[in-house]
Design a protein around this ligand. Structure first.
Ligand code: X5A
Ligand code: ZN
Length: 654
C-alpha cells in the first residue's frame, strides 16, 4: 500500500503577465522546486506516480455555477487587456491564457488522487497542483484560486464512492472561505481551518473567518475556525490546536476520508503567513491524521511562497505519508497567550456541538470578548520573532535527514510461536545467553539496536511485565535516553521508578490510583476502563499526547499490565499508532503471556498499518469527563501543552 504523487509539469505553464505586487508570489517555481525537493531527497521515487487528467465540466459543476465556468472557459481566448479586466472582477487573483487548462488539471489531479485512495491502489498521497483551490467560490475566483480543487474532490468522493463523512483539514495559513461556503450547511463534511486573522485585519478580512462561524442549519458545528490573532505562531501552538480542538472532534466525527488543504504558507519563512512553525511540524500534523479513516488521506497543495520552506515542508509531509518515523518534536514551548485565547474561544463556541467540549467553559474570558476593537498593539508582531519585512531575513535550521532503520519491527516471542506479519523475529537463543533470562537479554539487546538505529520498534511477549519493564528502563537510562512509560491496566507498577525526569510514567487504570507523586508519575483513572471509547480518546488526545510531546522521549515503552479490563484492539491500535509519532517511532510494546491475541494487532500498528476507526464516539459521563479534565488542569502547571485557555493559569512567563 503505497503513497501517490500526482504531478504534471504542465501546471507550471502559466504565470502573472503584468505587475501586481499582491500576486507576484504565486509563481511556477513553487511547483518545480517542490517537485525538485522530492526528487533530490529520493522521496519521489518511493511514491507511486499517478498521472493528472482534466476535470470534466460535470465535475467542476459539483461546486461551481454554469455561468462562472462559462466565463472562465473564455479566458484562453482573451487578449492581455481582457484578461486584466476579467481579473478585476475578483480579489487577489490573476488569469493567463493557460490558467483555465491548468485549473482543470489541478481539479483532475485531486480527483485522480481520490480515485487512487478510494480504489485502494494506494493508501494515501499528495497532489502538487497550481492553481490552488480553497479560496475559490461557487461563482468567483479568489486568492490565486480558480476552481475549488478540494471541495470538488470531496463531492466527487461522496458521489462516486458513497463515502459518507469527509474531514477537510485546512492547515494553509489563509482561511479557505470557499470550502467553508461550500459545506457550511452540510453535516457530512467537517471543515477545520486555522488561519492568520489578526482580528479581521488579515486577508481575506472576513467576519466569517472568526471562531463563531460554526456552520448553519443541519451543518451547525461542522465548521471549525481557529483564527490566529498574532503572527509568529510556533510548533507548540499548532500542536495545541490539534490536541485540544481538531483531534477530539475528528475522532468523534469518525471520517471515512481525510482531505488536507495542504498549504505550507503556515511554515516559518513564508512572506504571507509570517509564522514560526518549522517544516518538521508537518511530519507530526500528517502523522496525527494518519490513524483516522483507516489511513485514507489525500493531501492537495494550496499555498506556500517561500520556496525553501515550501520544499522542506512538502518533503516532511510526503516522508510521513510513506511511513517513515517523524523527527523528534524537540523543545516545545508553552503555547502563546494569543493562541490559547483562540483555542479557548473555539472550544467554547463548539461546546453544544461536540461532546469533547461540552464541559468546557462557556463564555470566552471577558477581556477576550472585546477582541474586535483591540488591535492597536499591532507591532508586538516582532515579539516572538515573527518576520518583519523581507523573507530573506528569516532563517531556520535545515531539517535533520530522516533515516529509517533497516528493520522496522522486531518480535521477541517464544520460539514455537509464529512470527507476526512484517516482523523480524528477535530472540537471543538460550545457547548464546548466559544470564538464564533469555527474554531479558533479548529485550536489552533489542533496545541497544533501537538506540543504534538498526531496528525501529518492537514487541515482546513476557511472563512478567514489571521485571521486563525494569530491565528495559535500566538499560535505556544507561544509554541516557529519556523513557516514556505508558502502562495500561494493573494496580501498581514498580515502586522504584526513577523520579528524576529520566522516565515519565503515565499509568492508565480502571481502579482508583494514588495522586501524582511527582511530575513524572501520572496515574490516569479511567473509570469505565478502556471499553469507554470517549474516555479513552479524551485521555489519549487531551492528556497523554500533549505531555508526551512536551517530554520528547528517546524511547517509548508501552506495557500491558495484568488486569481484567483490557482495551479493545482498535483502541489499543490507535494508542500504538499515535505513540509512534514520538521518539522517532522507537516504541517497545510489552505484552503479557496469556494476551497472545494482542500480538497481531500490535504488530500491525508497529509496522505502520493505520489503526481501525473507533466508530462515532459518543459522549462520556459528565463526572468521568470532569475527573479527567480536573487532572488535566492540575497537571498543566508542569505540562504547558495541556493548556486549553489563558484563564486557568495566571502566573508567569508568557
Ligand atoms: C492559496 C493561497 C493566498 C492569497 C493571498 C492574497 N492564497 N493576498 O495561499
Ligand atoms: Zn494560503
Amino acid at each position: 500500500m503505497g503513497t501517490a504523487l500526482v504531478y504534471d509539469e504542465e501546471m507550471t505553464r502559466y504565470k502573472l503577465l503584468w505587475l501586481d505586487p499582491d500576486c507576484e508570489i504565486e509563481r511556477p517555481e513553487r511547483l518545480t522546486s517542490s517537485h525538485e525537493a522530492l526528487l533530490q531527497s529520493g522521496l519521489a521515487t518511493r511514491c507511486v506516480s499517478i498521472p493528472v487528467r482534466q476535470a470534466t465540466d460535470t465535475e467542476i459543476l459539483l461546486i461551481h455555477s454554469q455561468e462562472y465556468l462559462e466565463a472562465v472557459k473564455k479566458t484562453p481566448y482573451m487578449t492581455l487587456q481582457d484578461l486584466q479586466q476579467f481579473t478585476q472582477l475578483y480579489g487577489a487573483v490573476y488569469f493567463h491564457p493557460n490558467s483555465y487548462h491548468c485549473a482543470t488539471l489541478a481539479v483532475g489531479a485531486a480527483l485522480q488522487l481520490v480515485d487512487g485512495v478510494l480504489t485502494g491502489t494506494v493508501r494515501n498521497g499528495i497532489a502538487l497542483v497550481r492553481p490552488p483551490g480553497h479560496h475559490s467560490m461557487r461563482s468567483a475566483a479568489s486568492g490565486f484560486c480558480i476552481f475549488n480543487n478540494v471541495a470538488i474532490a470531496t463531492k466527487y468522493a461522496q458521489k462516486k464512492y458513497g463515502v459518507q463523512r469527509v474531514l477537510i483539514v485546512d492547515w494553509d495559513i489563509h482561511h479557505g472561505q470557499g470550502v467553508q461556503y461550500a459545506f457550511e450547511d452540510d453535516p457530512s463534511v467537517l471543515y477545520f481551518s486555522w488561519h492568520r486573522y489578526e482580528h479581521q485585519k488579515f486577508w481575506p478580512e472576513l467576519r466569517d473567518s472568526d471562531y463563531d462561524s460554526v456552520g448553519k442549519d443541519k451543518g451547525l458545528g461542522f465548521n471549525i475556525n481557529v483564527p490566529w490573532n498574532k503572527v509568529g505562531m510556533e510548533n507548540s501552538d499548532y500542536l495545541a490546536a490539534f490536541f485540544h480542538v481538531l483531534l477530539p472532534v475528528a475522532y468523534e466525527f469518525c471520517p471515512d476520508l481525510v482531505i488536507v488543504c495542504a498549504g505550507f504558507d503556515s511554515a516559518v519563512g513564508d512572506p504571507e503567513g509570517e509564522m514560526c512553525a518549522t517544516p518538521d511540524i508537518f511530519a507530526h500534523l500528517t502523522h496525527l491524521l494518519m490513524n483516522l479513516a483507516g489511513g485514507k488521506l489525500c493531501a492537495v497543495l494550496e499555498g506556500g511562497y517561500n520556496l525553501t520552506s515550501l520544499g522542506q515542508s512538502v518533503c516532511a509531509t510526503v516522508q510521513t505519508l510513506l511511513g517513515d518515523p517523524a523527527p523528534r518534536p524537540a523543545d516545545l514551548q508553552s503555547p502563546s497567550q494569543s493562541a490559547l485565547e483562540s483555542i479557548h474561544c473555539v472550544r467554547a463556541a463548539h461546546r453544544n456541538f461536540w461532546s469533547s467540549f461540552q464541559h468546557s467553559p462557556a463564555a470566552p474570558p471577558s477581556e477576550v470578548s472585546t477582541k474586535r476593537v483591540k488591535r492597536e498593539e499591532k507591532d508586538e508582531r516582532t515579539q516572538r520573532g515573527g518576520a518583519t519585512d523581507s523573507e530573506d531575513a528569516v532563517t531556520w535550521p535545515e531539517p535533520q535527514k530522516r533515516r529509517p532503520p533497516p528493520v522496522r519491527t522486531a518480535a521477541v516471542i517464544p520460539e514455537d510461536a509464529s512470527c507476526p506479519d512484517g516482523c523480524r523475529r528477535f530472540n537471543i537463543s538460550q545457547r548464546e545467553d548466559f544470564s538464564n533470562d533469555s527474554t531479558g537479554a533479548s529485550l536489552t539487546a533489542l533496545v541497544g539496536k533501537m538506540e543504534k538505529n538498526e531496528i525501529c520498534n518492537g514487541l515482546a511477549l513476557v511472563s512478567d511485565v514489571s521485571t521486563a519493564m525494569a530491565a528495559v528502563i535500566q538499560h535505556a537510562s544507561a544509554l541516557k535516553q529519556r523513557v516514556l512509560v505508558v502502562c495500561v491496566g494493573g494496580t501498581r507498577i514498580q515502586s522504584h521508578m526513577p523520579e528524576d525526569g529520566t522516565t515519565l510514567t503515565v499509568h492508565f487504570n480502571k481502579e482508583v490510583l494514588e495522586e501524582p507523586r511527582c511530575k513524572y508519575y501520572i496515574p490516569v483513572h479511567l473509570k469505565r476502563g478502556f471499553g469507554d471509547v470517549s474516555g479513552f480518546t479524551q485521555a489519549t488526545l487531551g492528556l497523554l499526547l500533549p505531555i508526551a510531546y512536551q517530554y520528547d522521549p528517546g524511547l517509548v515503552l508501552l506495557a500491558q499490565a495484568p488486569s481484567k479490563d483490557r482495551p479493545s484492539s482498535s483502541c489499543w491500535q490507535q494508542l500504538v499508532g499515535l505513540l509512534l509519532g514520538l521518539a522517532q517511532a522507537r516504541v517497545l510494546v510489552l505484552l503479557r503471556e496469556g494476551h497472545e491475541a494482542f500480538i497481531g494487532p500490535t504488530a500491525s500498528s508497529l509496522t505502520g498499518t493505520p489503526a481501525p476507526s473507533l466508530g462515532q464516539v459518543g459522549a462520556s459521563q459528565a463526572e468521568d469527563f470532569e475527573a479527567l479534565d480536573g487532572l488535566r488542569r492540575r497537571l498543566q502547571v508542569d505540562w504547558k501543552l495541556l493548556r486549553t485557555s489563558v484563564q486557568e493559569h495566571e502566573d508567569e512567563d508568557n
